[in-house]
Design a protein. Structure first.
Lengths: 524, 115, 651
């Protein structure tokens, strides 16, 4: 592994390094935008919105530029995309950002979804300035989560995500927003505490000299390997809880429907599209590389959690009447594939998890944007109250059909590849508990009914909303306007692109993934 | 040369007169004058001690040692006088204001700050 | 030119795919021209296919296999290629899809004229064509599965084309879910093979299976899983329920997707993975029995239907059963040949039915009649199709069906299992009966139409004539076809024509005609005889053996209930626990709050009170007299100096 360069530089040099270092620049761009935004007069809503959109576009441009520079064939941590500056050296905390293929895919998703969400934020009319400031703070913290390699910095970013999210749900949310916001905050905070304990556990037991103690995740990954298994397993479970709440895994998922339902549309997009991915990303970046031994022993447990999430959440989704709850439960179901794929410990499975995360980011983001479109017009989300909308909103129907099909994993759209790769991984894994019964294949077979259930609730949703005779109440509804089409065209474009050419996406993270996991002997 | 003890005795006497006056008299202007007496007692002490102990050894331009009479005591005295003057000015101003309000300059009448 | 076309034959599915995107993105601009885009693309594909056929029928060309492969995805350090290949089986399917597809698309331009969803229709038709072509071209399971799902999707969207009709929306959903239930089997089947070979390629799987005859049990399981997928797609018992409902879609769609091509994909899948089935006789037997039962039962249901399209739908199910049975009993060429001919004459029948529906504005045969004179072209082509379907020599169906029956007969002779042959033979009788019943009710009886029907425009009748021509002539190719397919999968078929079987099948067909003639032609026998004599039997037939009802009670409703239970569980139990913890937390915090306020805070308040008391006692010292303060000050300084003198030595 190429370690990130350690710089001990005077302040001016640090500042220079921060500007020339792309990940840092990307991290601080929303912050600068946020500070500039405070000077805007609150009444100029249009200017504020345009500026917010501009900032997200700048971030997207920077990410795009970084993606042109990254060497995908080499993969892994490349020197020019890392920066390590002493921050609180007495306890071994560094400002350490680094981008590899895994981070790059996630940062790309973040940048794109924030542009779409910024476009979707046009429907917010209440306290636009405060909203935009929190929105940009959210973008910064999520990017920070995806590029921090130091546990200290990571944890700060991880907690920082909650703050804007809490306010965004609690102020701009639906009728039960206070309940949802508090539930969300407490739930994830409880998970964070477990995570914090886990981090401190491996920090104090790293076996390093007191002056060498560090929060560097690479170093801690190395030292944790030498710990006794019991300690590793304990820390692993703390991490599992910490990241699992965010993913979320059944039974820690109940914050999600409430938060999704109550959050305003663009924030639901971010919640489902990105916040859940931070949990999945944590498994990729921290859990699996740090606890390979524990993972090998507990892979079946992780896979089981994944399968239960997949099937159970799909069933629950079928029973929902509210469109947003349905999509929220569908998210739980799909995120199960991340854990399931990862638990198979095969290149296919690991790839599946990444693919599901990126693809589901676009799909669920688009679904929530679509929900917002209808909610802005009809002020209800109960599916059975609609009917025959396809007749009056044909563009909307087309987009909903496309994204819905991606949700039920139709080949040719991005949703398919994640699930297909997960099943491939499960069938590649030849681990068995007793003779001839391949555990992971059995689990895959258990997960397979979810394919039909997913198709069932998606089609039923489409049928209840768009098909059949037109409900006279909605005769006056107008089709999507140009801004809404644009905001949906962004995720839809990527859904189709990665669906037709999945190699484009796998190439981004493939080398990093095999380098990262293969080095640890995780692939069997 | 007059011995330093004499200055000390003079200063103590002045201070004692000032302190007694400050405690026993009631007219504010008299109090102010007593304060000046006490301050001047301290000034005399400063100058006297400076003469007694203020000899310093410093290095000249070519690093040769030479004795220098330190001016610190005098400087302090000038500071002190300046401050005393300012104090007297403010004090008299306060007294005049008090007199205008109360038609008196007796210190016993001005006890609003008690308790 | 031909060489260039063949060298770039991988472009075949690309044209319809591009057509789909062009129509999807520019439907508002294209409007009616979208039909031209779609038809043009399928025509280009047809030219490519014909070029391939041309090369194949050259001397020595028959053995040639064209294949292309691309690096598709890199996972870990493994590069997964995805490729297409054109062997003889693929060539046959290409011809079917593009030729029948072209005819049906031209027909559609007339049939769908004036529909507001005209561009949408052609867009999805193009997408279907593209995915169907991809399906037959795939040389690996992955691409096969992708296209397999995509044709299912396009089928869904085209069944629900008139989505404002609730029945159409429901039928589309049912079709998609039912076929997807089958797809799971296919998916798990090929994934198992992938698990062993680590490759998607069919050829690798074939080699692996041939080299591992010891794992025969596993191959049986895998074969049955793959067959389960075929059962779903080809609407075999027990997953046949979606196809009759699928008739809610526009009739040309029924012709293309639910008669000629997509439903035949299941048969094609079995033919394509025949190496898998051939390794296990048990799996083949299952295929044969399922096919034979489907062939028989679907034909019996077909007799009781009043909707002309449903009659044809059950006929399709039944004929697909014949194909499956043909493959199952080892008549590889026979099964594929029947697929080939069936595509033409069943498409013809559907298009004819569409023409009739177009004229009468109803699907119900009881409200048609006497159309023979008013719609002569439709009538004659429909008769051609009927003859081909029931196997009157020399129509195409006669040859193909006869080959299947002969294979089943041969199988019965060698392995027992005569039931297969008997079911298939009985099916011929029912087929003949319901087809002549349909002919009598629609064309030959007294007019019962509410208004005056007239012949369809030429854009619709010309495809009918073309298809009728093929229905008449294709049968004579049976010898050449057998040789052609033999290259693809060398399995010896019945050599000499089996006159006994031939006679039996033609006899059965004529018997069916006779019964239909007696009932509907001259009215000699009572039409309601069955209902009067055996009401239960009649009801069973009319209700399609109650399969839908059974599934509703046994699978759909419990599934839905399970989901409601899960939803309730999630809402009340899991979320309840969370909320309970919340309430407990709040309650505990109220207790703590009380404790805090009364006891902890009490201590602090006490301390503050004591301080206050002390302060008010000591404030008397503030006399407000400057002289007092000064005295105190002097005294204090003196005291401090004295203390310093005594406490600190040398102070």
């Amino acid at each position: 592994m190429e370690e990130a360069q350690v710089t001990l530089l005077p302040a001016v040099e640090i500042l220079r390094a921060m500007i020339t270092n792309l990940p840092t620049l990307i991290l601080f761009t929303p912050l600068i935008g946020l500070i500039l935004l405070t000077f805007f007069p609150p009444a100029k809503e249009k200017a504020i919105r345009t500026f917010t959109l501009l900032v997200t576009l700048v971030v997207a441009g920077e990410v795009g530029y970084m993606m042109t520079l990254y060497d995908y064939m080499k993969g892994g941590f490349q020197r020019e995309f890392g920066l390590m500056i002493p921050w609180f050296p007495q306890i071994g905390a560094y400002y350490h950002v680094q981008v590899d293929g895994i981070s790059l895919a996630m940062v790309m998703l973040t940048a794109i979804l924030f542009v779409a969400a910024a476009l979707g934020s046009w429907s917010i009319h209440f306290r636009v300035k405060e909203y935009s400031i929190l929105f940009l703070l959210l973008e910064m913290s999520i990017i920070g989560v995806f590029i921090s390699m130091d546990y200290f910095l990571f944890f700060i970013m991880w907690e920082l995500m909650l703050v804007p999210m809490y306010f965004l749900i609690g102020i701009w949310g639906g009728p039960r927003r206070i309940y949802a916001a508090i539930k969300f905050f407490l739930f994830t905070l409880a998970g964070s505490i477990a995570l914090l304990f886990g981090i401190l556990l491996i920090y104090w037991h790293s076996g390093l000299k007191p002056e060498e103690l560090t929060f560097n995740s690479f170093v801690l990954a190395r030292t944790t390997h030498q710990l006794p298994l019991s300690l590793q397993v304990t820390a692993f479970f703390l991490f599992l809880l910490g990241f699992g709440v965010k993913v979320p895994i059944v039974p820690f998922h109940t914050w999600l429907p409430d938060a999704h339902v109550e959050a305003p549309t663009p924030i639901s997009v971010i919640l489902a599209g990105l916040l859940l991915k931070t949990g999945g990303y944590g498994f990729y970046r921290f859990v699996f590389p740090t606890f390979p031994d524990a993972v090998k022993h507990l892979a079946i447990l992780i896979a089981l959690i994944g399968v239960v999430s997949i099937v159970y959440a799909a069933l629950v989704a079928m029973a929902q009447a509210d469109l947003k709850t349905l999509i929220a439960m569908a998210s739980v179901s799909h995120m199960g594939y991340v854990l399931f794929g990862l638990a198979t410990q095969t290149p296919e499975g690991a790839s599946a998890g990444m693919f599901v995360m990126v693809s589901h980011g676009f799909v669920s983001g688009a679904l929530f944007l679509l929900t917002g479109v209808i909610y802005d017009r009809a002020h209800t989300r109960i599916m059975s109250e609609f009917g025959g909308l396809g007749a009056v909103m044909s563009t909307y129907f087309a987009f909903f059909g496309l994204v819905g099909m991606a949700n039920l994993a139709l080949p040719g759209l991005s949703g398919f590849w994640g699930e297909a790769l997960a099943y491939l991984g499960a069938f590649r894994n030849t681990f068995y508990l007793w003779n001839g019964i391949y555990t992971f294949r059995l689990l895959a077979i258990c997960a397979a009914p979810a394919i039909v259930i997913t198709a069932g609730y998606t089609l039923w949703m489409l049928q209840r909303m768009f098909m059949g005779p037109l409900n006279e109440t909605w005769k006056h509804l107008t089709d999507m306007d140009r801004r809404e089409v644009l905001s949906l065209a962004i995720p839809s474009f990527f859904i189709v692109l990665f669906g037709v050419l999945p190699g484009l996406l796998t190439n981004i993270y493939n080398s990093s993934l095999s380098f990262y996991f293969g080095r640890l002997g995780l692939f069997i | 040369m007059v011995p330093t003890e004499h200055y000390i005795i003079l200063a103590l006497a002045l201070f004692g007169i000032g302190a007694y006056g400050f405690m026993s008299r009631r007219n504010l202007i008299t109090l102010l004058m007593c304060m000046e007496l006490m301050v001047n007692a301290v000034n005399i002490l400063l100058v006297a001690f400076n003469r007694n102990w203020g000899l310093e050894v410093t290095r000249g331009a070519f690093m040769q040692a030479r004795d220098v009479q330190s001016p610190i005591g005098q400087i302090m005295v000038i500071f002190s006088i300046t401050i005393a003057v300012a104090e007297a000015g403010i004090g008299l101003g306060i007294i005049i204001l008090l007199y205008r309000h109360l038609k008196t300059a007796e210190v016993d009448e001005v006890n609003w700050l008690k308790w | 030119m031909v060489a260039w076309l063949v060298n770039h034959a991988y472009l075949i599915p690309v044209f319809p795919f591009l057509a789909f995107w062009v129509i999807a993105l520019f439907s508002r601009q294209l409007k009616l021209y979208s039909a031209w885009v779609s038809i043009g693309s399928v025509f280009i594909s047809l030219i490519f296919s014909l070029a391939i056929l041309w090369i194949k029928i050259q001397p020595l060309g028959i053995e040639r296999v064209f294949s292309w492969s691309w690096k598709f995805m890199t996972i870990g350090d493994k590069v997964y290629p995805i490729g297409i290949q054109i062997d003889n089986l693929t060539t046959v399917m290409l011809i079917v899809v593009t030729l029948v597809g072209s005819c049906i698309q031209i027909y559609s331009a007339g049939y769908m004229a004036g529909d507001e969803g005209f561009p949408r229709y052609f867009g999805f038709l193009s997408l279907f064509t593209a995915s169907m072509l991809g399906l037959v071209l795939a040389d690996n399971f992955l691409l096969l599965y992708i296209c397999w799902e995509l044709v299912g999707f396009t089928s869904y969207i085209l069944i629900g084309f008139w989505f404002r009709k609730p029945s159409a929306a429901k039928a589309g959903k049912k079709a998609f879910l039912t076929t997807r239930t089958g797809d799971i089997g296919f998916l798990l089947g090929w994934l198992t093979l992938f698990g062993f070979t680590g490759s998607f390629a069919l050829s690798d799987a074939r080699i692996f299976i041939v080299n591992h005859p010891d794992m025969a049990f596993l191959w049986t399981v895998v074969a049955l899983l793959v067959f389960w997928g075929a059962v779903g797609k080809s609407a075999q018992i027990p997953l046949h329920v979606w196809l009759p409902d699928a008739m809610e879609g526009p009739t040309p769609v029924s012709a293309l997707i639910h008669a000629a091509t997509m439903v035949a994909a299941g048969v094609y899948l079995v033919a394509r993975t025949y190496f898998l089935f051939a390794s296990t006789p048990q799996a083949l037997l299952v295929v044969a029995y399922i096919g034979a039962f489907t062939g028989f039962f679907a034909a019996t249901i077909g007799m009781a239907m009043h909707d002309i399209k449903r009659v044809l739908a059950y006929s399709t199910i039944s004929q697909l059963g014949y194909m499956m049975a043909g493959l199952g009993v080892g008549g590889y060429a026979a099964g594929v040949f029947h697929l080939f001919t069936h595509a033409f004459f069943k498409a013809l029948l559907f298009l004819g039915a569409g023409s009739v529906i177009h004229a009468c504005h109803t699907n119900d045969m009881r409200r048609m009649g006497g159309l023979a004179r008013r719609m002569p072209t439709t009538h004659w082509t429909f008769v051609f199709g009927t003859f081909a379907l029931i196997g009157i020599p020399p129509f195409a169906g006669f040859f193909s069906k006869d080959e299947i029956l002969a294979s089943a007969f041969h199988y019965g002779k060698e392995h027992g299992h005569w039931l297969i042959f008997l079911l298939l033979l009985a099916g011929v009788f029912f087929t003949s009966f319901y087809m002549f019943r349909a002919l009598y009710l629609t064309f030959w009886s007294k007019p019962r139409c509410s208004h005056h029907p007239h012949e369809s425009p030429q854009v619709m009748t010309i495809p009918l004539v073309i298809l009728a021509f093929f229905s008449l002539t294709l049968g004579f190719l049976y010898k050449a076809f057998g040789e052609f397919i033999f290259v693809s999968y060398p399995i010896p078929s019945e050599e000499a024509p089996n006159w006994l079987v031939m006679g039996l099948s033609v006899g059965m067909a004529l018997l069916g005609f006779y019964v239909a003639y007696q009932i509907y032609g001259v009215g000699a026998w009572d039409k309601y005889l069955l209902r009067k004599r055996y009401p239960l039997l009649e009801r069973t037939l009319r209700k399609k053996y109650f399969v839908d009802e059974t599934y509703e009670t046994l699978i759909t409703n419990p599934g839905l209930h399970l989901s409601y239970v899960a939803g309730g569980f999630d809402k009340w139990v899991i979320d309840g626990i969370v909320n309970l913890m919340g309430y407990l937390g709040v309650g505990w915090s109220f207790f703590i709050g009380f404790f805090d306020k009364s006891i902890v805070d009490g201590i602090y308040n006490l301390m503050a009170w004591i301080t206050g008391q002390l302060a008010s006692a000591s404030r008397r010292l503030q006399t407000g007299n400057v002289s007092n303060y000064f005295l105190t000050m002097l005294a204090s300084i003196a005291l401090i100096l004295i203390l310093m003198k005594f406490l600190f030595k040398g102070g």
